[in-house]
Design a protein around this ligand. Structure first.
Ligand SMILES: Cc1cc2nc3c(=O)[nH]c(=O)nc-3n(C[C@H](O)[C@H](O)[C@H](O)COP(=O)(O)OP(=O)(O)OC[C@H]3O[C@@H](n4cnc5c(N)ncnc54)[C@H](O)[C@@H]3O)c2cc1C
Ligand code: FES
Length: 354
C-alpha cells in the first residue's frame, strides 16, 4: 500500500501531499502549483531542483539530465522523484503572472477520428469525458493501449477554446512503442484511452502583444504552433503579427498547407505562412525552416521566437534565432524528445535555456 508524505515547496512555503508511488511534479501540478517542467520524462532537466530536506527516489531520471555528482549534491528531477519521507525542495518559480495554471487531471477519451494527413503522419482526434482547460501549446500524456502503463506525450493542435475534442498530429517513429507499435498499427476509431494533462511550459504568450512572433515548426512540431496560431487568430487572443514556417523533408511530408494559406489570406495583416521542404518542390520554399527564415529577416531584434520539433532541429533553429539577434529570454521551444534521445542523453546544449 502506498504511503503519503508532505512536500514543501520553497520559496512559496506551500505544502502539498504526495504519495510515495507518485512523482513530486505530478503532485504539484495536480494541486495547481506550477513548477518548472518540460518533457516530464527525465530527459530535459528543466525540472531540476534542490532538495533541502528529506529523501527522494530519483526513479527514471536519465544519468545525463541528473548526473551522479548532482544527486550527491541533493539535486533531483521533479518529474521522476518520488518522496521517501517528508520532503522540502527549492525551485526557481519565476512564472509569468499572466500564465493561467490549469491543474493536471485524468481523462478518459474515445478516438473519433484517425486520418493519414501526410507521409507517416496521422491526425488523431479524441473526445474527452470532461472539458480540458489548457494553454495553447501544452500537451497531454497518453497511456498507450496494450502496454504496461507506458505513456507518451503529444501536443494539442486544436485551439484551447475547443475543450471536449482534442487533436493530436503524430509522426510514425520506426520501432516506437506508441506509434509503430500501436497508432500506425492497431488503433481504431472507437478505442478508449486514458490520458492526463495539461502539461508543459511552451505556451503562447498572449500578454506580449507588442512583440511580433516568428514560429519554426519541423514535421509534427507544427502541432503546438497550430494551436497557438488558431488561438491567436480565430479566437482573437493575440493581436500581434505571426510569421509561421512549417517544414518537411518533401511536399508529401507537409500537411494542412491549404488551411494555413487560407488563414494567411483571411488575416493578411496579422499572419504570414511559409511551407518549406528540404528537397526542392514546386510551390514550396526550399530549405530547412531556419535557413528559409534567415533569408527573410535581417534582424529579429524586438521579436519573440517559438520553435518546436526534434532536439536536433530545435538546436539548429536556436542558433539561427540568436544569429538574428533574438534575445534568449524571447526564445521559447518544445523539444520532441523520444526514448532514443533519452537513452543518448537528450541534447543538453549550453545554448538552450531550461
Ligand atoms: C513535450 C513533448 C511533446 C510532444 N508532442 C508530440 C506531437 O505532438 N507529435 C509527435 O509526433 N510527437 C510528439 N512528441 C514525441 C512523442 O512523445 C514520442 O516520443 C513519439 O510519438 C514516439 O513515441 P514512440 O513510443 O512511438 O517511440 P519510442 O518508443 O519513444 O521510440 C523512439 C525511438 O527510440 C528507439 N528506442 C527506444 N528505446 C530505446 C533505447 N533504450 N535506446 C535507444 N533507442 C531506443 C526506438 O526504436 C525508436 O526508434 C512529443 C514529445 C515531447 C517531449
Ligand atoms: S521535465 Fe523533468 S527532466 Fe524534463
Amino acid at each position: 500500500m502506498s504511503e503519503t508524505h508532505t512536500v514543501t515547496i520553497e520559496p512559496l512555503g506551500r505544502e502539498i501531499e504526495c504519495r510515495d508511488d507518485q512523482t513530486i511534479l505530478d503532485a504539484c501540478l495536480r494541486a495547481g502549483v506550477w513548477v518548472p517542467h518540460s518533457c516530464t520524462h527525465g530527459t530535459c532537466a528543466t525540472c531540476k531542483v534542490d532538495v533541502l530536506d528529506g529523501d527522494v527516489d530519483h526513479g527514471e531520471s536519465s544519468s545525463f539530465a541528473l548526473m551522479d555528482f548532482e544527486r550527491d549534491e541533493g539535486k533531483t528531477l521533479l518529474c521522476c522523484a518520488r518522496p521517501e519521507s517528508d520532503v522540502t525542495f527549492e525551485a526557481d518559480l519565476d512564472v509569468d503572472e499572466e500564465l493561467e495554471v490549469f491543474p493536471v487531471r485524468d481523462f478518459t477519451g474515445t478516438i473519433i477520428e484517425l486520418e493519414d494527413i501526410a507521409k507517416d503522419i496521422k491526425r488523431l482526434k479524441i473526445e474527452l469525458d470532461d472539458d480540458l482547460g489548457f494553454n495553447a501549446g501544452q500537451y497531454m500524456r497518453v497511456i498507450i493501449p496494450g502496454t504496461d502503463g507506458i505513456d507518451r506525450t503529444w501536443s494539442m493542435a486544436n485551439s484551447p477554446t475547443e475543450q471536449r475534442i482534442i487533436e493530436f498530429q503524430v509522426r510514425n517513429v520506426p520501432g516506437g512503442v506508441a506509434t509503430d507499435g500501436w497508432l500506425f498499427k492497431d488503433a481504431a476509431v472507437g478505442d478508449e484511452l486514458k490520458l492526463s494533462g495539461p502539461y508543459g511550459k511552451f505556451v503562447l504568450r498572449t500578454w506580449e502583444e507588442d512583440k511580433p512572433i516568428v514560429m519554426l515548426g519541423g514535421g509534427t512540431g507544427l502541432a503546438p504552433l497550430a494551436s497557438m496560431v488558431k488561438h491567436a487568430l480565430e479566437d482573437e487572443a493575440y493581436e500581434g503579427h505571426i510569421t509561421l514556417y512549417a517544414g518537411g523533408a518533401t511536399a508529401e511530408h507537409l500537411y494542412d498547407v491549404d488551411y494555413f494559406r487560407e488563414l494567411e489570406e483571411e488575416y493578411e495583416d496579422q499572419f504570414t505562412f511559409h511551407a518549406c521542404t528540404s528537397e526542392e518542390a514546386e510551390g514550396f520554399r526550399h530549405g530547412h525552416v531556419n535557413t528559409v527564415m534567415e533569408e527573410d529577416f535581417k534582424t529579429l531584434s524586438g521579436y519573440q521566437g517559438y520553435m518546436c520539433g526534434s532536439p536536433v532541429m530545435v538546436e539548429a533553429c536556436l542558433k539561427s534565432f540568436m544569429g538574428k539577434r533574438l534575445f534568449p529570454r524571447d526564445i521559447f521551444h518544445e523539444d520532441f524528445f523520444n526514448e532514443a534521445d533519452k537513452a543518448e542523453g537528450g541534447l543538453n546544449s549550453p545554448l538552450i535555456k531550461r
